[in-house]
Design a binder for this molecule. Structure first.
Ligand code: IPE
Ligand code: IPE
Ligand code: MG
Length: 260
């Protein structure tokens, strides 16, 4: 598959509405704790925020939404919580895929699926197959995903398929093997829950992404909060290494005064 333009190789086109938003949905446990509820109650409420984010992105014209649902490090959590998260994932796959399909949304999962139950893997494959031609929005869920895992699996597959390259490998050689190779790099990264870190999310793909952090906890993240993130994004000057003056010189004049 030919790879998409890379932000470090060519300057990407930028738009008012981000084409691709990637979100770390954090703060479910704290949301529950504030209400004296078990952590799992926060995860349950988090599913409502996922629905709202998908709907709002589709309405605003975002083309790709990528959600971090379970990291390769989340296996370190108490077994009960991990089991609950897996059940919730199964439930969501069983209940939501038909609605996604009706709304012309393509669904897919990235991450190391070899660690998952056969039942989950089957549901994922069915959902991907059913929705693969949908075009309104691509919803990617990162499950048992880690940015380092992604880079390593790509390097290993690249070397397996082309074991040597005398003058060294280039970005373009690696790109087709990365999990998001058919998707433009994220324009906007959002992390809820107040922490300001990447937690091993899309390490390669976030090279030039605009970062946005909010203290809102994921179950409280609604359409208004997403719009606030998008308007913060619209204030950014995406220079991709160039100077501000260079950008202004190439900008389309906003109000051209017509000569008489
Ligand atoms: C994010 O919320 C959901 C997952 C990581 C699965 P957390 O469960 O991390 O919530 P906090 O950070 O403990 O509040
Ligand atoms: C990141 O959240 C992973 C997901 C949201 C799935 P964590 O809550 O696991 O991140 P850390 O451990 O605080 O960095
Ligand atoms: Mg957390």
């Amino acid at each position: 598959m030919p790879s998409l333009p890379s932000s470090t190789q060519t300057v990407p086109e930028t738009r008012q509405i981000p084409r691709h938003i990637a979100i770390i949905m954090d703060g479910n446990g704290r949301w529950a704790k504030q209400r004296f509820l078990p952590r799992i109650a926060g995860h349950k409420r988090g599913v409502d925020s996922v629905r709202s984010a998908v709907r709002t992105c589709a309405e605003r014209g975002v083309e790709h939404l990528t959600l971090f649902a379970f990291s390769s490090e989340n296996w370190r959590r108490p077994m009960d919580e991990v089991t609950f998260l897996m059940q919730l994932f199964i439930q969501a796959l069983e209940n939501e895929v038909a609605k996604l399909h009706q709304n012309n949304i393509r669904f897919r999962v990235i991450g190391d699926l070899s660690q998952f139950d056969r039942k989950i893997v089957q549901l994922i494959q069915d959902a991907e197959e059913k929705t693969k031609h949908n075009q309104k929005l691509t919803l990617t869920v990162a499950a048992n995903y880690g940015g380092r895992w992604d880079i390593l699996q790509a390097v290993n597959r690249m070397i397996r398929e082309s074991p040597s390259k005398a003058d060294g490998y280039a970005e373009a050689d690696l790109a087709p093997y990365l999990a998001m190779c058919d998707t433009p790099e994220p324009d906007l990264f959002i992390r809820t829950g107040g922490e300001q870190r990447i937690s091993n999310f899309l390490l390669w793909q976030l090279a030039y992404t605009e970062l946005y952090f909010t203290d809102l906890l994921w179950p409280d993240f609604d359409a208004r909060a997403l719009d606030a993130a998008i308007s913060s994004y619209q204030q950014r000057e995406r220079r991709f290494g160039r100077t501000s003056e260079q950008l202004q010189a190439t900008a389309e004049p906003r109000h051209r005064v017509s000569s008489v």
